[in-house]
Design a binder for this molecule. Structure first.
Ligand code: PMP
Length: 775
């Protein structure tokens, strides 16, 4: 990668003088100028004219050199008043010359010299900082139509490369700095999809205090130098790099940086999404500085010395950024940029929440998590943030399936709601696009959809369809199952109280401890069949025949069993033989959470007649779906008619489509498999060392960890301790599950990575040490 190589050309002043004379016909006094990779000289002729002779880095490709020359011509054409160097041809009328020296043969070019003091030495006041922003905006406007293949160069300074540079992390000596760099890299990685959705163009990409000149009297930018690091990138990187560099060069304090943004946005409007990535991009640039320096420290002592103070300053600045916090800075920057959805309009709810007020308005029975309830005001990726902008690792929420506020989904919702947000009684293609994409993921007979607004509604409709189709009224559900809140579905939900309705009978869970790959012993199979037959008999004794067997395919509330397909096949075969339909409730497991299959029923070995979807399908936008055979759905519609006001509205469809896009694009099912396995292995190791922990259950990114009693404390009490310690001390959010409420429920958004798993497991390990000491 460029910038991680160290072969700059070596030329003396005398050699430069000769090149000026022979190639450019100039008799000049020569002085070396600093340069990171190229070799630069200032030439002064007797008539007082100044020039810069540039001898290009040998390693730079001819394309990169060509790009630098062309951009100068382009900018001069688009905005002739912009202070960028002008190119001067060789005596033979060529754009570049050739120079041979001790270290090899190189391309050269000659440019006009721009007068001024380095910005780094100018102690900029507020108007000058603002003028920096204005000048960059003018430059970017001039660059808008510029293209060159070299803009795709792999440059270490490009903050998007930060995740690749992270391999040099061990080179950083200070643990605190290493951690801060790691955090910046993680944040950057999470930002990548968002960055790819921002307006992009050719940018200078390296406007630091040594590349900007100031007219000392007029106090404005009088020169923009060095176009050697140009890339095609989000436009916001231009002010972001400048802001980052002004910080690391100790040129401008953090509090004064917003002037730069104000100046930039005054000339070139910025939108909220661009300003929202600034914090992470600035931090990433600091991290890159530190890592490039760390690399050079190992491989090139001279280079390391050049960058040493910048590194220390970058580390200080990174710490200051973290200390100041993303939310307050972003709010200030949004104000400075005057973005349309500014902090004022859409400020996250902040400040303490008065519990009494909540009880008064929502009833004291409205459920809250944790002994110290959290005031969560925003989310991003796998993180939630409280009113004080403290970050919590979210290992609980599966609704934000592709990550909290995923920009692709947010954008889809915003754009659709700005155009049309109405129901399915008009022809509109969006919901059809969604239905096509969705049904394509099922077996051919599951080919039509009914759209509703929640998992409960989907199950309610499925239950009506099952009764309609079979003419039966009896239901079978798993022990301690959860299927929702409508009157009909609450009756199918023993986890909120044993079903008292005589038409509902429960099925025993499969034997614990089995893995999906295990063979089921004949005795275990027999027991499952006998249990199913027993349940059917109980129904019959009460005067009911089975309309349906409802099964949450992850069996979350029943205990997160990951039984072999033979178990579900045997049970469902008995129910089908008795005339019942199979309803696969995918509200928990759907969309790849198991890691092995897109749908949980595939992992379970079930062939459902009806599939119900909810929670994750629209990443937080309310949507539920019933998927079944078209003939069945049509017969039901004919009998009862069916319409849901919000069900399948255009915005829900846009959100659902965006979720499918992201799932595919970011290969989140594969991630659920690999991170899920990694998590399982780490959890098992920790559990082996603590008597208060038992087996690890589940698959992919739906995991359970059994908790055991300690001394006089029941497993249920210990479980509560775990989740409260994790939330309040480690800021890791998990839940609990199971008939005995003694299983830690780990169910994070799908972009959960091994680094997040590490943090979770370390938190569990620390909590286990505490729980083990309970007496
Ligand atoms: N089915 C299952 C398996 C669920 O876990 C839930 C919600 N926890 C539901 C149905 C009900 O979904 P909703 O809360 O969207 O009505």
């Amino acid at each position: 990668m460029l910038a991680l190589r160290t072969t700059p050309p070596v030329f003396s002043a005398a050699e430069a003088e000769r090149i000026a004379r022979e190639t450019y016909g100039l008799a000049a006094m020569v002085r070396p100028l600093p340069g990171e990779r190229d070799c630069n000289f200032l030439l002064r002729t007797a008539d007082g004219h100044g020039y810069v002779l540039k001898i290009f880095d040998f390693g730079a490709s001819p394309e990169t050199t060509d790009c630098q020359l062309r951009v100068l011509r382009h900018v001069a054409e688009q905005d002739p008043t912009l202070p960028v160097p002008r190119l001067i041809a060789t005596q033979n009328g060529e754009e570049t010359g050739r120079a041979s020296g001790r270290s090899g043969s190189y391309s050269t070019c000659l440019m006009s010299f721009l007068a001024g003091t380095l910005l780094a030495d100018s102690s900029p006041d507020a108007p000058l900082v603002r003028n920096v922003g204005e000048s960059l905006a003018r430059l970017d406007r001039a660059l808008q139509g510029f293209f060159h293949p070299a803009l795709g160069q792999r440059l270490a300074w490009d903050v998007r490369r930060l995740p690749e540079l992270i391999e040099y992390l061990p080179y950083i000596e200070s643990t605190a700095v290493r951690r801060a760099v790691e955090r910046a890299a993680l944040r950057m990685k999470e930002r990548m999809p968002e960055l790819r959705s921002l307006r992009s163009q050719a940018i200078h990409g390296d406007c630091h205090g040594q590349n900007l000149l100031v007219d000392a009297e007029a106090r404005v930018i009088s020169g923009i130098l060095d176009f050697g690091d140009m890339i095609h990138a989000p436009r916001i990187f231009e002010p972001a790099v400048a802001m980052s560099e002004l910080l690391t060069g100790d040129v401008t304090p953090l509090g004064a940086l917003q002037g730069l943004l104000e100046g930039y946005a005054g000339r070139q409007g910025l939108d909220g999404a661009e300003v929202d990535v600034l914090y992470d991009v600035i931090g990433a640039r600091h991290a890159v500085t530190i890592l490039v320096h760390a690399w050079r420290g190992r491989h090139d002592a001279d280079g390391a010395r050049v960058l040493d103070s910048a590194t220390q300053s970058a580390a200080r600045s990174l710490a200051a950024l973290e200390e100041a916090g993303a939310a307050p800075l972003t709010a200030a920057w949004r104000r400075a940029a005057g973005t349309s959805w500014s902090g004022e309009t859409f400020a996250p709810a902040a400040g303490a929440v008065d519990l009494e007020r909540r009880h008064r308005l929502m009833g004291a029975g409205a459920e809250l998590f944790y002994e110290k309830p959290l005031n969560i005001v925003r989310g991003s990726g796998v993180w939630l943030y409280d009113g004080a902008d403290r970050a919590y690792l979210d290992v609980y929420n599966n609704v934000p399936h592709v990550g909290h506020t995923h920009p692709w989904v947010v954008r889809a919702i915003q754009q659709q709601t700005a155009v049309l947000a109405t129901h399915t009684r008009y022809l509109h293609s969006r919901i059809l696009e969604y239905a096509e994409r969705l049904t394509a993921t099922f077996a051919p007979h599951l080919n039509a959809c009914i759209f509703v607004n929640s998992g409960s509604e989907a199950n309610d409709v499925a239950w009506r369809i099952a009764q309609f189709k079979t003419g039966h009224r009896g239901a079978l559900v798993m022990r301690n199952a959860y299927h929702g809140i409508t009157t009909a579905v609450a009756a199918l939900t023993p986890s909120t109280g044993q079903p008292r309705d005589p038409h509902v009978v429960t099925i025993a869970p499969p034997p614990a401890g089995l893995e999906r790959e295990d063979a089921l012993a004949p005795a275990e199979l027999d027991a499952a069949v006998r249990d199913a037959d027993g349940a059917l008999r109980t129904l019959a004794e009460r005067g009911f025949e089975p309309a349906a067997f409802f099964i949450d395919t992850s069996m979350t509330s029943s205990g997160m069993f990951d039984a072999p397909p033979a178990w579900a096949a045997a049970v469902s075969a008995r129910i089908r033989a008795a005339g019942g339909l199979i309803v696969a409730d995918e509200v928990q497991y759907g969309l790849g959470r198991s890691g092995s299959h897109l749908w949980g029923f595939e992992r379970r070995g079930l062939e459902p007649d009806i599939v119900t979807l909810g929670k994750p399908v629209a990443n937080g936008y309310p949507m539920g779906v019933v998927v079944a055979n078209r003939a069945l759905i049509e017969a039901f519609q004919k009998e009862y008619g069916f319409f849901s006001t919000f069900g399948g509205n255009a915005v829900a469809a846009a959100a659902g489509l965006a979720v499918l896009d992201v799932l595919e694009r970011e290969q989140l099912t594969a991630n659920a498999s690999s991170t899920g396995e990694y998590l399982r292995r780490r959890l098992e190791r920790v559990a082996a060392g603590h008597a208060c922990l038992g087996t690890v259950r589940g698959a992919g990114l739906l995991r359970g960890l059994e908790v055991r009693a300690v001394g006089p404390y029941s497993a249920r009490q210990c479980t509560k301790r775990f989740i409260n310690i994790l939330a309040s001390e480690a800021r890791v959010l998990i839940g609990y599950e199971g008939p005995n409420a003694d299983i830690l429920k780990l169910r994070p958004p799908m972009p959960f990575l091994p680094a997040h798993a590490d943090r979770l497991v370390e938190a569990i390990e620390a909590a286990a040490a505490r729980v083990s000491r309970l007496t």
